[in-house]
Ligand binder design. Structure first.
Ligand code: ADP
Ligand code: MG
Length: 497
């Protein structure tokens, strides 16, 4: 973090007041560098990883220059996804909290035109839109940019990746020639650089190096696991990790749904998040996660892009990402707003080359993730069962229940231990798994020494591999149990939650 203060940057007083109300102490490096440039009205090319505070880097200076007495659209921000449009619009609202007259409007596809039209007619000083819908409104004449003072391309590389670059260029061409322009991107591929050269004349370039920034506050773990054991591994991780909210990344949309169903069956408050789910539902899901109505989201990369929910303490890479960029974005979903986070990557023997690649990309080593041993897991489950049981000792129905059972015990000449045992067996019959009766089996984990025989055993006719370094030591049966959390155990007895 920079040693500079926000006050030294020359921001408008009411913007400064809002920033201190949100609780930011110092500007992040990209903010410290970008804010003075944008305040001067200059064009800017900003290259910085996800989670470095780019939104405030452009929102704060642009808000400082806005003419609050006019309802004309003065700032246009283009973002690749609807979620991001909403998030950036929310950020503008927060930072403009002390303005008397301020309107920001997110516009994106999948939402009815009519309410957008009404809102556009009323006038919004800031529009945050996805390229497609923004272009629609421009073509219909429902969005006017003739008084635009500044435009921002946020996550430009992602807009390129999603095929929006032509739309983006068309929109830029519609903005006034003297309009201030800034482009933010985590990477600078050639087509983005070309757009910058063409439309951002004399742009100042600000580059925040170090991919490590993103993962600084995030502890990264790796758990080697056989492909067919991933679900078991995930179940145990969620059982022992003291998470607040978790996001689990998978590769396909179908898998988000399938895995969410399995996790729900294990008693978790979980939702899938993918690009096929309708917009309202997706917004609802993010809202539910923010408010704690849901604790787990199973997501694809695209759907979770830019997701900013400070409650997320854990990122679990159930499937390995497609590239290192995706990995950095994924783990960046935790450790938000200065908190710490934990990222756990499941790697099958075939995917172990990812380890080195990711460690290089993030410039930080991954630790071995230790699943608890069956003995430790069993002990934990017994303790949890006990504490749940003790939770009922002051239940208001206790008096009547004891009277009833006492009567039964006396008439049948049983002691109360026998009655309690019978009740417990009944509970277990009604809800298998409600009682920790069986010690769980050890989860077979690929370890270097045992690799060959394990492979043969678990992947009949599977891949042939020699011993290659890459998988580090570690394994279910030798691990120490991680610290226990306050989370209730995801057991079937909890399924009604
Ligand atoms: P990026 O767009 O670079 O991925 P964001 O703008 O989404 O990053 O910011 C990431 C998180 O950091 C947000 O939760 C934001 O509120 C928080 N944040 C931004 N600037 C600061 C700051 N100066 N101090 C503390 N937290 C900040
Ligand atoms: Mg951003």
């Amino acid at each position: 973090m920079s040693t500079q203060s926000f006050a030294e940057l020359g921001l408008d007083a009411s913007v400064l007041a809002a920033v201190s109300a949100v609780g930011y102490e110092t500007p992040s490096p990209i903010q410290a560098q970008a804010i003075p440039i944008l305040l001067k009205g200059e064009n800017l090319l900003g290259v910085a990883q996800t989670g470095t505070g780019k939104t405030a880097a452009f929102a704060l200076p642009l808000l400082s220059r806005i003419d609050a007495s006019s309802n004309d659209t003065q700032i246009l921000v283009l973002t690749p996804t609807r979620e991001l449009a909403i998030q950036v619009a929310e950020a503008f609202n927060t930072y403009a909290n002390h303005f008397k007259n301020f309107n920001v409007l997110p516009i994106y596809g999948g939402q009815d035109f009519y309410p957008q039209l009404k809102a556009l007619k009323r006038g919004a000083q800031v529009i945050v839109g996805t390229p497609g819908r923004t272009l629609d409104h421009l073509r219909r004449g429902t969005l006017k940019l003739n008084n635009l003072k500044a435009m921002i391309l946020d996550e430009a590389d992602e807009m390129l990746r999603m095929g929006f670059i032509d739309d983006v260029e068309t929109i830029i061409a519609e903005t006034p020639a003297d309009c201030q322009r800034a482009l933010f991107s985590a990477t600078m591929p050639a087509p983005i650089r070309k757009v910058a050269q063409k439309y951002l004349s004399n742009a100042q370039e600000v580059k925040i190096e170090s991919a490590t920034r993103t993962v600084e506050r995030i502890e990264q773990f790796v758990l080697p696991v056989y492909a067919e054991r991933k679900l078991d591994a995930l179940t145990r991780i969620l059982e022992v990790e003291p998470f607040d909210a978790a996001i689990i990344f998978v590769r396909t949309k179908a898998e988000t749904v399938a895995l969410a169903e399995k996790m729900a069956a294990r008693g978790h408050a979980v939702s899938p998040l993918n690009g096929d789910i309708n917009q309202r539902q997706r917004e609802q899901t993010v809202e539910d996660l923010k408010r704690g109505k849901k604790d787990i989201i199973i997501a694809t990369d695209v759907a979770a892009r830019g997701l900013d929910v400070p409650r997320i303490t854990h990122v679990i890479n159930y499937d390995v990402p497609y590239d290192t960029e995706a990995y950095i974005h994924r783990v960046g979903r935790t450790g938000r707003a200065g908190r710490t986070g934990k990222a756990i990557l499941l790697v099958t023997p075939r995917e172990r080359s990812w380890l080195k690649t990711l460690e290089r990309a993030t410039n930080s080593p991954m630790k071995d993730y230790q699943l608890p041993s069956p003995v430790a897991l069993q002990k934990m489950r017994e303790e949890q069962f006990e504490s749940q049981l003790l939770g009922f000792t002051e239940d208001r129905r206790l008096g009547k229940a004891i009277a009833l059972l006492d009567d039964i015990a006396q008439r049948n000449e049983m002691d109360m231990a026998m009655v309690a045992g019978a009740l417990a067996a009944w509970m277990e019959t009604a809800q298998p798994g409600a009682l920790p009766l069986e010690q769980p089996a050890a989860l077979p984990v690929p370890v270097p020494g045992a690799r060959r025989s394990r492979d043969r055993h678990h992947r009949p006719g599977g891949e042939r591999r020699g011993h290659r370094p890459g998988f580090k030591k570690g394994g279910a049966s030798r691990g120490k149990p991680p610290a226990r959390g306050g989370k209730r155990p995801p057991r079937q007895s909890d399924a009604k939650r």
